[in-house]
Design a protein around this ligand. Structure first.
Ligand SMILES: Nc1nc2c(ncn2[C@@H]2O[C@H](COP(=O)(O)OP(=O)(O)O)[C@@H](O)[C@H]2O)c(=O)[nH]1
Ligand SMILES: [Mg+2]
Ligand SMILES: [Zn+2]
Length: 303
C-alpha cells in the first residue's frame, strides 16, 4: 500500500480479517528487474531472523506497471489537470492517456479548479468526451461536480479494483481526493503553508482502502510529475501509437493509403485529417498524436 526507505506497508487478509503490517522485502526483491512497486501483490512469510518477524517473500506477476507514476496493477487512471493555475499542458495529458491505453488501464479525465475558469474547464472536458473518454469537471473550492465523480469512482472500484489519481504537481489531486473521501485527510500544499513547514505535498505513491456499502476498492494518490519527466516519450513503439488514440479507430482503413500515418495535412488522402476538419477529432488531440508520432519516428531511426 505504501513504502518508504525499504519499509513497506502490506495489506494482508488473514482468518482474523484485514490487517496492515509493516515489513521489509527479501533481498532479491530489491534487484532492478524485480523492484517492488506500490500496488504489487506479494506474499508475506514469517521469518524470525528479520527485525519485523515477517518479510515480503515473493512477488506475483503484474497486470501492468507504470514508470510515472510508479505504481502497479491499475484498472483505472484518473488523469487530473486544472482549468488554469497551473495552465494545462494537453500533450502531457495525451501522453498519459496513451500510456494508460497501451497498458490496458482505463483513462478517465478530470478537469479541476473549474471555479477559476468554468468555460475553459468545460471546453477541455469536451475535447476528451469527443475522444470517447469519460470526463469530469470539478471544483474542490465550490464542491461543484464532486458528487457525480464520487459515484463514478465508487463504481469503478467495485470488485476490489485499483485506481490512481495522476497529473502534474499542484493541479489539486490531493485536495480533490479529500473532497471525494474526507476520511483520507491527505496533505495538500495549502495545509503546508498553514503549518509553515517546507512543502508538504505528496511525495510517494500511497494506496488507500475505499469502502462503500458493497465493496472495498483501492485508490492511489501519486506525486505530481514535472513536465520534463515526459519530454522523452519512448514507452512504446511507433506501431502501437494509433491504437492508443481511441478516436482514430473509427477511421481505420479509410485513408487512401493503407499505411497512412495521419501526419500529412491532405484531407483527400487522410480520413483522419478530414475528420479533424469536420470537427470529429479535436485539434489538440491530433496535434499530440502527430507530435508523439514524430518523436517515435526519430527514435526508431537511431535504434
Ligand atoms: N481555486 C481552486 N484551488 C484549488 C482547487 N483544488 C486545489 N486547489 C489548490 O491548488 C493547490 C494544490 O493542491 P494539491 O491538492 O496539493 O495538488 P496536487 O499536487 O495535485 O496534489 C492548493 O493550494 C489547493 O488549495 C480548486 O478546486 N480550486
Ligand atoms: Mg498531492
Ligand atoms: Zn490517415
Amino acid at each position: 500500500m505504501k513504502g518508504l526507505g525499504g519499509l513497506y506497508e502490506v495489506r494482508v487478509i488473514t482468518d482474523a480479517g484485514v490487517e496492515r503490517i509493516c515489513c521489509r522485502a527479501k533481498g532479491t526483491l530489491h534487484r532492478d528487474e524485480e523492484k517492488l512497486l506500490i500496488g504489487d501483490n506479494v506474499t508475506v512469510s514469517v521469518d524470525e531472523s528479520t527485525p519485523d518477524g515477517v518479510v515480503i517473500s515473493s512477488l506475483f506477476e503484474r497486470k501492468n506497471a507504470l514508470i510515472r507514476p510508479p505504481v502497479a496493477n491499475l484498472d483505472y487512471i484518473f488523469i487530473v489537470f486544472a482549468s488554469k493555475k497551473p495552465a494545462p499542458v494537453l500533450e502531457t495529458v495525451d501522453k498519459l492517456i496513451s500510456i494508460a491505453e497501451h497498458n490496458g488501464i482505463i483513462p478517465v479525465v478530470i478537469v479541476t479548479k473549474s471555479d477559476l475558469d468554468v468555460g475553459a474547464a468545460e471546453r477541455l472536458a469536451a475535447v476528451y468526451r469527443t475522444a470517447g473518454i469519460d470526463s469530469f469537471v470539478t471544483s474542490s473550492e465550490s464542491s461543484s461536480g464532486i458528487s457525480p465523480l464520487k459515484d463514478y469512482v465508487l463504481k469503478s472500484l467495485r470488485g476490489g479494483r485499483t485506481a490512481a489519481f495522476a497529473g502534474a504537481s499542484g493541479v489539486g489531486k490531493s485536495t480533490l481526493m479529500n473532497a471525494l473521501f474526507p476520511g483520507l485527510a491527505l496533505a495538500t500544499s495549502e495545509i503546508s503553508k498553514k503549518i509553515e513547514r517546507g512543502r508538504h505535498t505528496t511525495r510517494h505513491v500511497e494506496i488507500f482502502d475505499i469502502e462503500d456499502s458493497l465493496d472495498t476498492g483501492f485508490l492511489a494518490d501519486t506525486p505530481g510529475f514535472s513536465l520534463i519527466d515526459f519530454s522523452r516519450f519512448d514507452f512504446f513503439g511507433i506501431k502501437d501509437i494509433e491504437s492508443t488514440f481511441r478516436e482514430l479507430l473509427a477511421y481505420k482503413g479509410k485513408c487512401r493509403y493503407a499505411d497512412c500515418s495521419h501526419v500529412g495535412e491532405s484531407e483527400e488522402e487522410c480520413a483522419v485529417a478530414a475528420a479533424a476538419a469536420r470537427g470529429e477529432i479535436a485539434p489538440s488531440r491530433l496535434e499530440s498524436y502527430r507530435s508523439i508520432y514524430r518523436v517515435l519516428k526519430n527514435k526508431n531511426m537511431y535504434d
